[in-house]
Every structure is written in structure tokens, then in C-alpha cells.
Design a protein around this ligand. Sequence first.
Ligand code: ATP
Ligand code: MG
Length: 587
Amino acid sequence: MSSSGSTDPAAPPSDAVAPARQDFIRQIVREDLAAGKHAAVRTRFPPEPNGYLHIGHAKAICLDFGIASEFGGQCNLRFDDTNPEKEDLEFVRAIEDDVRWLGFDWAELRHASDYFEVYYLAAEKLIRQGDAFVCDLTAEQVREYRGTLVEPGRDSPFRDRGVDENLDLFRRMRAGEFADGTRTLRAKIDMASGNMNLRDPALYRIKQVPHQNTGDAWPIYPMYDFAHALGDSIEGITHSLCTLEFEDHRPLYDWVVDRVDLAGTPKLLAPLTARGLPNVAAKPRQIEFSRLNINYTVMSKRKLTQLVAEGLVDGWDDPRMYTLQGLRRRGYTAASLRLLVDRVGISKQNSVIDFSVLEGALRDDLDARAPRRMAVVDPLKLVLTNLPEGHAETLTFSNHPKDEAQGTREVPFSRQLWIEREDFAEVPPKGWKRLIPGGEVRLRGAGIVRCDEVIKDEGGAIVELRGTLDPESRPGMDGANRKIKGTIHWVSAAHAVEAEVRLFDRLFVVEKPDDESTGKTYRDHLNPESKRSVTGYVEPAAATAAPEQAFQFERLGYFVADRHDHAADRPVFNRSVTLRDTWAVRA
Ligand code: ATP
Ligand code: MG
């Protein structure tokens, strides 16, 4: 996928030409299919719509959707929307947008809340089987009864309620007769289990809270483990892929799937049959893999939410954020994130990926396909005194040094140029190859200039350079290839378009911003220089870019026209990544 994805941004992440991936999950899927266990693979990506997706989610998305497409199956997008207070339609929309942007499309869009009626009937079934009971303990009492990792728990005094009483109470919970927190429905499993998740876990809680999808219809909501296992069953999910923290939940997942037995109890599915929704052919198998962790980032919806809520960043899509929306606005391409996920691979091994791997994936993607342009972010005027006033010409530049198919463009050139202030030094440090008083440098694609004069203001600050352009060094002339140490970029002052250039850098200055063992929090590790905005100049062929167009600004880095703020007459560019890893040197 990496190769097809990086050459054509519009191409779907197809695997037609890429070698087959060999991770342990794909191996299991291959074996299951070979053994004839399933007619087709079905997966799902199950986000809770309680925040924006972050880069960690990209790993789960690429895995869930990738496996389905590689094996000719299908992947659903399912919103696990069982926590109404924290969920919002805004998040639902953003998640849909993010999944599509990453290059995937779901077979079906589902919500756990589409299945509330089935969950309810399933819970009644468990009650009738003696597998669930209504418990009147408060949350605090439940905690006391649960025991610890080294001590068994104690049975709830309500554990032996009869089926009729349980059914009556559960129906009244549903009818809204009881206040929040006064009762729960609990599975009856084993209070002495070594696995805490099996100590009579809650299946339902009372929450008189409206839901973004079902409104006021339900005063009770199912717990995640119950809803998730049944949601997978309803959709006929064959391989339910999730991160390692759910490993200890797998016995409960299997317990719910087996005890409810949707496949063997078609009448539970009646609420869905009319809508043509259920497909319970498969018994889902949960498989866990390690989360994506990247140093210098925080990757939890809760912390990303706090950064926004506390005004530490400028919103969910602040280009410094590790949300998919933020990364996208920063200029990360979908292909670069898919490439990252490929490079990181899938395993059960917990590890922290170095931030440079993320940046490297973007550089590799953009190096291959971003057109080249010239821009100056810290302008210093250079006047070519041997050109006549009003001199103007256009030079032809190739758009990409390694991709002729990208063609050429016309770059205006004139007597007055902007060059980068840091490309001139009055007193050069050792090894300096750029411009100095009396020295020569090549103006990229235009010829060789000699600096004759340095103009300063009263305060001694350099305001302008004057120089001579060697006529023999112009393109096409005999001296065009004359050896010279340095080449610098430039834009024509008369033609360049003033642009806002946002120079972003990593948001955190330490590798583990959320390590709180030192008594600090990630708030204490924010990089004060993570955002700088300067006024620069870009050549006309950059200004006219569409929003989200990426360029390499020669010698400066990769930049993207801001999704929201860029306009041809008022260009705004975000620096996505520098050309080289400057952090490796700092560290
Ligand atoms: P967070 O902890 O950031 O709030 P979450 O796990 O609660 O994330 P969900 O909406 O529940 O977010 O996640 C949807 C899917 O994405 C789950 O299957 C989850 O395992 C997976 N996922 C979440 N974070 C990562 C990560 N860092 N790496 C890989 N997969 C992840
Ligand atoms: Mg979660």
C-alpha cells in the first residue's frame, strides 16, 4: 500500500501491488479463511463519539478497514455510543470525516444505540436464565464488595433475587421509575474470579440522560463490554480487533456472546429484522494488538480534550494537535499516516515510536509527490544593480526534480528580489557557503550574484543588499555552470505575494509529556515555540494553490495551504515538517 499510496494521493489505499502484510492478525485471518471458518471476513471500527480521533486511531482504522479490504470482506463503522453525557453529534460527524479522509469507506454505518432494543431483550434473557440480577448496592458498596487483585470479592446481598423479582425491577428500571445510580443490572458470574472483570460486572446502569441518537427513549444504558460483544454478534463480525487493554475483558466478551447466543435466539433480533440489520452468522473472535504510542505526544481523547478546553491550543484542529483533524491541517497526508502505520506494524508488543518516524513518513510521502516552489519567510531585499529598472522576465522551473510528469512552471524574475535573511552573513562562520560582502552565490535557476554593498539603517540593521548579476552565468549562457559553493532561493519582490507563514513545531519538549511521576503534567511541558507566525513572500504559483495543496518550499521544508484560512490573494501556509530532523541534533 505504501508505494501506491505515496505516488497518487487520490488513489484508494489498495493493496493490489504491495506485498502481503504478514502480521499475526492477518495470519489468523488467513488461517480462518483457509479452514473455511467464515464465508467472508467482517470487521468493524468502533469509536466512542466522545472526542476527536487521534493518530492512535489511525492504526486501528488502517487495521480494521485494511484487513477487510485485503481479504475481500467488509468493515463497518460502528459508533459505540453508550455513554450519552460525553457524546456529541459534532464528534460523530468529525469521525466519519476522518475515516473517509484516511481513505476508507465503511460497508455499513451502525450505532450501538441502533441495537438498544436487542440489548434490552438480551438482558431479559440473561435474567430468565439466572445469569443476571438487579443489584441495589451503591457504586461505593459495589467497589467494597468487589475485593482486590489478591482477595476474592463477596456476593451482593441481592444476588439471589428470584427471576420474577429481577424481571419486574429491570422493567421498572427501563420505565424510568428509579433514580440514577440506585440500581444496576449485573451479570452473575464469579465474585472469586481472578479476573476482576468477571466479578459480577454491571450490564446496565440507570442514567436519566438524553442521548444524541435516541433522545429520551432510554433511562438505562448498557455497559461497554455487554454492548460491544453483542454489537459484534449482531453485525456478524468475524474478527473483533482491539487494543491490548481489552485482553482482560475477553473472557467477559466471550461470556456475553455465549450466554446470550443471538444466533440461536432469533426472536431477540426481532427489533432489527424488520430493518434488515442483523447478520449473526459468525461468532466473533476478539484479538488484541498493541496501541500506537509516539513520544513527544499525548494520545488520549481526554487529554486532547483538556488541551482544547483549557485554551492551550487553538481548537481540535490546531495544527499542533495529534488529532487527525489537527494533523491534516498541519499538512500530514492520509498516505503518510497509512505509511506510518505500515512501518510501525501490528504486534502485541508495547512500544513507543520515535516522533521522527512520524515526520519521516510525511517527508517520504511529500518528497515523492509535492511540487517544489520558492518562498522566503524572513525577507531581505537584494537589488541587482546591473539590471535595468523595470526589468522583468520569466524563468522556467521544473515542478519536481524526480518527476518529470509534474511539468514546469514560469517563475517571474526581476531587478529586486527577496532572499532569506539567514542566507547572508556579514561575518561568516566557518564553512559558510552562502552570501557575504564581496562574495558570490548562485540564485537558484537565475545566475550568480556578487554582493557589492550592504545598506544599513541608523541603528546598524541591514535593510538591503546590492549586487551584480553575472550576465555570463544566466541560464543558457556559457558560464551557467560555473562552479560556485552555495545556492540560495529567492522570489521576485515585484511579483511575489505576501503570505502568512505559520511555523509549527512539536507541541511538547519532552519525550513523555504525560509522565506525571515527577509531579508535573503535560501542561508543564508545552513547547513555547510550537507556533510562530511570520510574514513572508511566495512565488505566484504557490499563492494560487488550492487549500490543502502541499509544496516543498525549496530549502525550507514542506508546507501546506491552510485548509481554512488560505486564499490566493491572502495566502496562508502551514509548515508541516522541516526538510531534515532538527530534533535529532537538539536532543
Ligand atoms: P482514548 O483512550 O484516546 O480515549 P479510546 O480507546 O477510548 O481512545 P475508542 O473510541 O474507544 O477510543 O477507540 C476506538 C478504537 O480505536 C478502539 O478499538 C481502540 O482500541 C482503538 N484505539 C484507540 N487508541 C488507540 C491507539 N493509540 N492505538 C491503536 N488503536 C487505538
Ligand atoms: Mg475508550
